[in-house]
Design a binder for this molecule. Structure first.
Ligand code: ATR
Length: 284
């Protein structure tokens, strides 16, 4: 990307989320709430960009006042090839969700999903420690890559992984190392036994999608159980875990916490994730 001359007068900072479709994204409500809370003259907008227009959009946005953006489906992987600087964690995960348009014209790409995952658990289950025992993760898609990487970095001694398409789980094992063990989807019920952390990263249980059917009867009541699905807030998976006496944490907090580093970089204030923030996003 080439260097742009500085504008003659200061501009109102703009940010947004690039995806397609994008109308249902909660990010504009979240960042809009933080902008109002902090009295910042800035805007955060949904940007519906088709796959073939990504490169052109990323060239144009900084010229018209954008300081950065979030990236979602279908651009999270493709954006890496267009970035000038890719953080180690984004490269390892193979996807970016947070872009910064730097003043020197360089495009910086990061992935904050893992931070969002960990900080959500730290906030809502303060006694949880990743090193307490093995983690069991359902799913091996983009979200799972960020979560497995974060669990390993946080000290999980083992990450058991089951996915409907087994080869995707095996790819994660190749990429993340021998602390990852692959469990066949048909044996997924067994992998929660003795697990300290249990995570659903599949879309199962989401309103309008198929049910999560893996039995959880081998779950220890000492396990921390969390879901990335947040519609509904308490998924049948979380409900079943709560009925077994487990501490559960819903997935909305991951969305809120993954947004913190981007907002801070773009607008210069580190926003808090609290009950009012949750309420603002839920009522949008
Ligand atoms: P994301 O980036 O949100 O993780 P994704 O890459 O499409 O989205 O991954 C979706 C995950 O949900 C995958 O683990 C997927 O399993 P497959 O790899 O076998 O597709 C899982 N998933 C979706 N529908 C499923 C279903 N009906 N049964 C089991 N797993 C399902």
């Amino acid at each position: 990307m080439t260097m742009q001359p500085a504008p003659a007068h200061p501009r109102i900072p703009l940010a947004g989320v690039i995806g397609s479709p994008i109308a249902h994204s909660r990010s504009p409500a979240l960042h809009g709430f933080w902008l109002r809370r902090h009295g910042i003259a800035g805007h955060y907008v949904p940007l519906d960009i088709a796959a073939g227009d990504l490169a052109a959009a990323l060239k144009m946005l900084p010229k018209i006042g954008f300081v950065g953006c979030n990236v979602t489906i279908p651009h999270k992987e493709n954006v890496l090839a267009l970035a000038d600087i890719v953080t180690d964690r984004a490269a390892l995960i193979g996807a970016a969700n947070t872009l910064i348009f730097r003043k020197d014209g360089k495009l910086h790409a990061d992935n904050t999903d893992g931070i969002g995952f960990i900080n959500n658990l730290r906030q809502n289950a303060p006694h949880w420690v990743a090193s307490a025992g093995p983690a069991a993760v359902f799913g091996a898609g983009g979200a799972a890559r960020a979560i497995v990487s974060a669990l390993l970095e946080a000290g999980a001694p083992e990450v058991r992984l089951a996915n409907r398409t087994r080869t995707r789980a095996e790819t994660l094992r190749t990429d993340f190392g021998t602390r990852v063990t692959v469990v066949d989807w048909t044996q997924a019920a067994a992998m929660v036994e003795g697990a300290a952390t249990v995570v659903n990263t599949t879309s199962l249980g989401m309103t309008g999608k198929s049910e999560f059917k893996v039995p959880l009867d081998r779950l220890s009541p000492r396990a921390l159980v969390t879901d990335i699905v947040y519609t509904p807030l308490e998924t049948p998976f979380l409900r079943a875990a709560r009925d077994m006496g487990c501490t559960t944490v819903d997935g909305l907090g991951m969305l809120l916490h993954q947004a913190v580093p981007g907002f801070e970089r773009w607008f210069g204030v580190r926003p808090a994730v609290d009950d009012e923030t949750r309420a603002a996003v839920l009522s949008a």
